[in-house]
Design a protein around this ligand. Structure first.
Ligand SMILES: [Mg+2]
Length: 382
């Protein structure tokens, strides 16, 4: 970005945000890496993973023979659409002065994602992602997400539309912590939950999303000096206040505590992850990811490898571990081998940078980034 072309107030803003760029890229890209590593073994037992990849399990990307890159799944697709929806809402409110809740704009973006799964190329409404051909691919999308979005009903934490506690709610909300990083912790956690509850009505489907958004936000803002243990304790405090009335709160917090305690024992990752669960549900997926991130703190590669080698939902646990560790270590610390062969890597980085710098508008000088406006608020074009 050429800061010299910007009005001074905006150049200053860009300069201030630059320090977050590496961790925001690390979070979004890291999630995609874990997702792509785990996607080929999503429905495999640990025994069948060992039989195919050896005793260390899957430790490298499986490259798609047709496209010659590693493919990510619905977790990354939906994370990108979450980001696009949030930025659409933010831009709209800046330029038009009116705004609904962020979850409303994310819901509209998810309807665009739904169209990509139905194969209606170019049918999308509000997102620039609708123009990316590579996103028109079905990668074992979650039935709950598809059914909820196709139902025409918009779920929320108070408007139940199903009983799902699947991990499809939490696996896509990391961008909430990235976009809303200047907001207070309670607001970020609340919005994480609301965005998961668009499709997942059980509290074990949306409380983990609140937790993840909180951890991601504070990982990005605090920087490398803060430990994951501290981030987890702080998120627990917020979640216990926010969901004090929810009957599954204790189950959720107990599982997080279990993951933290297992990370400090001498057993293997495989044994410990099996003690937590399989990750098909939101609380288990988050707890497995936190366990792997804690056990391998600061070591991106080891964390994502441990997060995908088990008998459960490997791509989602890999995506979540990648989001968390990536936010903590930053993009530059991620090994090159994970960057070279990932599909749509430029799209992921473009979205990460948009999440970092936001819409550049300066009411004083009247400056508006027109390229951004045309990208994010299509109805304002022309
Ligand atoms: Mg998936």
């Amino acid at each position: 970005m050429n800061k010299d072309l910007l009005p001074p107030a905006l150049a200053e803003r860009v300069e201030k945000q630059e320090k977050y760029s590496d961790r925001i890229r690390g979070c979004l890209f890291g999630g995609a890496v874990g997702d792509a590593l785990g996607y080929p073994v999503e429905f495999h037992s640990i025994d069948s993973i060992h039989a195919k990849y050896g005793s260390s399990g899957i430790t490298e990307y499986e490259i798609d023979p047709a496209s010659k890159v590693a493919l990510f799944s619905d977790d990354t697709q939906m994370s990108l659409f979450t980001a696009n929806g949030l930025l659409y809402g933010k831009t709209r409110s800046l330029l038009k002065g009116v705004a609904s809740q962020p979850s409303y704009y994310v819901y509209l973006a998810y309807l665009d994602w739904l169209e990509t799964q139905r194969g209606m190329s170019g049918a999308g409404g509000i997102t620039w992602l609708s123009d990316i051909d590579g996103l028109y691919s079905c990668r074992a999308p979650g039935a709950t997400c598809l059914d909820a979005l196709a139902s025409g009903e918009r779920g929320s934490t108070i408007n139940r539309i199903n009983h799902s506690k699947g991990c499809g709610g939490v696996m896509r909300v990391a961008p909430v912590g990235l976009v809303m990083r200047d907001e207070d912790d309670m607001t970020v956690a609340t919005e994480g939950a609301e965005i998961a509850a668009l499709t997942h009505s059980h509290s074990l489907g949306f409380m983990p999303a609140a937790f993840l958004a909180h951890v991601v936000k504070n990982a990005v803002m605090a920087g490398p000096e803060v430990t994951l243990g501290v981030l987890i304790e702080n998120a627990k405090e917020t979640i216990q206040v926010l969901f004090a009335q929810r009957k599954h709160l204790e189950v959720f917090i107990n599982l997080i505590d279990k993951a933290v305690s297992l990370a400090g024992n001498g057993a293997s990752d495989e044994e410990n992850i099996a003690m937590i669960g399989a990750g098909w549900c939101g609380d288990e997926a988050l707890a497995i990811a936190l366990y792997c991130a804690l056990r391998h703190e600061g070591d991106f590669t080891s964390a994502v490898i441990s997060a995908v080698n088990h008998s459960g939902d490997s791509d989602s646990t890999g995506a979540l571990a990648g989001n968390i560790v990536g936010a903590m270590v930053g993009y530059d610390a991620i090994e090159e081998k994970w960057k070279d062969n990932l599909e749509l890597k430029d799209t992921i980085l473009e979205m990460a940078d948009d999440l970092c710098y936001g819409c550049l508008v300066d009411p004083e000088s009247g400056y508006v980034d027109e390229k951004w406006r045309d990208k994010y608020v299509r109805e304002l074009v022309g």
